[in-house]
Ligand binder design. Structure first.
Ligand code: CU
Length: 452
């Protein structure tokens, strides 16, 4: 159900096109646009489709949490789980605490549109800012929901490629959980210019800056894993290294925004666009590419072509930076988001009060060209995936020297994966599983239990 709600919801979001008007509300769906300013069915479809995606994510999350809590192999305690598993657990926990707020906002907007309730209508006593709170209370943790699994992927890939266990496993787990918890006390930084109380802006500034701490721990651990390891450069390694560079750059540009003064100046400019694409494309998408190249042999039983993989990485990494790096400059020059002209207006109803320097146009051309190259480079990977399926070399059970359970079984894994449930013996230097209320609650007594 979680799976099928996803395509159904995604199609519904775009269905408005067939009614003559698509959802022209932007990805944030700010109020009052989504509730009563627009009346066409496109936006209603958009809200309903989003709601289906909320249901889909929630159901999928239940599946992951239950599997992780109840179905671990003997010997696999919480502190022995692969970091990818940890990352999924933290990510789903963040999702569960944040996504209900978004669901509530969507339902309120649908009710405003269909039966004229007044959640967001100022004339009837509603408040459009309520949406911003619900949306960003969900929206900020959502960024972590998508990036934390990428942290897990990069941890697995860099450890395997360095031929050693990840450095600072425990600190990695705490950093993952810590960034998850922090993500719930920083969402106000998306609303610093919305008329928030000055003392609250100051609190949001400080908590947001704290995010740099767990992030720094993780980057340090990844570097330390490679240092003194013996790094083997495969395509998945390159993507993880690319992730490390771009994500760190995105983290650094992210530290400009918590500062209230910088935020007031840079908000709604291309500097923001540059920042979040460095985090979300250089972070999430590069992590995803790394995972595809790393686990594709396990999934299909065929080895991908490394030369094509390298070509994909080189073209994509260079064009990606060509695409997003100049946006920092454009933002500082004053180019705003969501505008198709380069004129500066006091507001959308006033006359043009100035123009941006002429070089803006040529930088935008440069960005567009790199954007097309970056997008098209993905065809190399898709071609590689198809050609691998047709005539790839057979993959052994453990082509990269990975240590987690999936590398024990043949590629692709049989169903069920294991004839006999394996026991984890080798763990990261801390052996015994301590019993406490949490482990008793979450782990079934598998000594007596017979698993068929
Ligand atoms: Cu945020």
């Amino acid at each position: 159900m979680a799976f099928w709600l996803n395509p159904a919801g995604s199609i519904l979001i775009m269905m408005g096109v067939f009614s003559g008007t698509g959802a022209d509300v932007g990805w944030t769906g700010y109020q009052p646009i989504t509730s009563w300013v627009t009346t066409h069915p496109g936006t209603t479809f958009w809200l309903a489709g989003q709601l289906m995606l909320v249901a889909s994510s929630t159901l999928a999350g239940i599946n992951f949490i239950t599997t992780i809590a109840a179905m671990r192999a003997p010997g696999m305690g919480w502190m022995q789980m692969p970091l990818f598993t940890w990352s999924i657990l933290v990510s789903v926990m963040c999702l569960f605490i944040s996504i209900p707020a978004f669901g509530v906002g969507l339902i309120e907007a649908i009710l405003d549109r269909t039966i004229a309730t007044a959640f967001f209508n100022t004339a009837a006593g509603g408040d459009p800012l309520l949406w911003s709170h619900l949306f960003w209370y969900f929206g900020h943790p959502e960024v972590y929901v998508v990036i934390i699994p990428a942290f897990g992927i990069v941890s697995e890939v860099l450890a395997t490629s360095s031929r050693r266990a990840i450095f600072g496993y425990k600190s990695m787990v705490y950093a993952l959980a810590g960034i998850g918890i922090l993500s719930f006390v920083v969402y106000g930084h998306h609303m610093l210019t919305s008329g928030m109380a000055p003392w609250l802006r100051f609190v949001m500034m400080l908590t947001t800056m704290l995010v740099a701490v767990p992030t720094g721990i993780k980057i340090f651990n990844w570097l330390k894993t490679m240092h003194r390891g013996s790094l083997v450069y495969r395509t998945h390694t390159l993507w993880s290294l690319g992730f490390l560079i771009t994500f760190t750059l995105g983290g650094i540009s992210g530290m400009f925004f918590p500062s209230i003064a910088m935020n007031t100046h840079l908000t709604e400019t291309y500097f923001v666009v540059a920042h979040f694409h460095y985090v979300l494309v250089g972070g999430v998408v590069f992590g995803l590419f790394s995972a595809i190249y790393y686990w594709y042999p396990k999934m299909t039983g065929k080895m991908m072509n490394e030369k094509l993989g390298m070509l994909h990485f080189l073209i994509a990494f260079i064009s990606y930076n060509g695409l997003f790096w100049p946006m920092h400059k454009l933002g500082l020059l004053g180019m705003t988001r969501r505008h198709h002209t380069y004129f500066i207006q006091a507001n959308e109803y006033s006359d043009v009060v100035g123009t941006l320097p002429a070089e803006i146009a040529s930088w935008n051309m440069f960005i567009s060209i790199n954007g097309f190259i970056f997008g098209l480079s993905t065809i190399i990977m898709v071609y590689n995936m198809i050609i691998t399926l047709v005539k790839g070399k057979k993959a052994p059970a453990d082509p990269w020297g990975g240590w987690s359970f999936e590398w024990l079984v043949s590629s692709p894994p049989p169903t069920p994966s294991f004839d006999e449930i394996p026991t984890l013996i080798d763990v990261n230097e801390h052996g015994e599983r301590k019993e406490n209320w949490l482990t008793k609650l979450m782990v079934p007594n598998d000594e007596e239990e017979v698993i068929h």
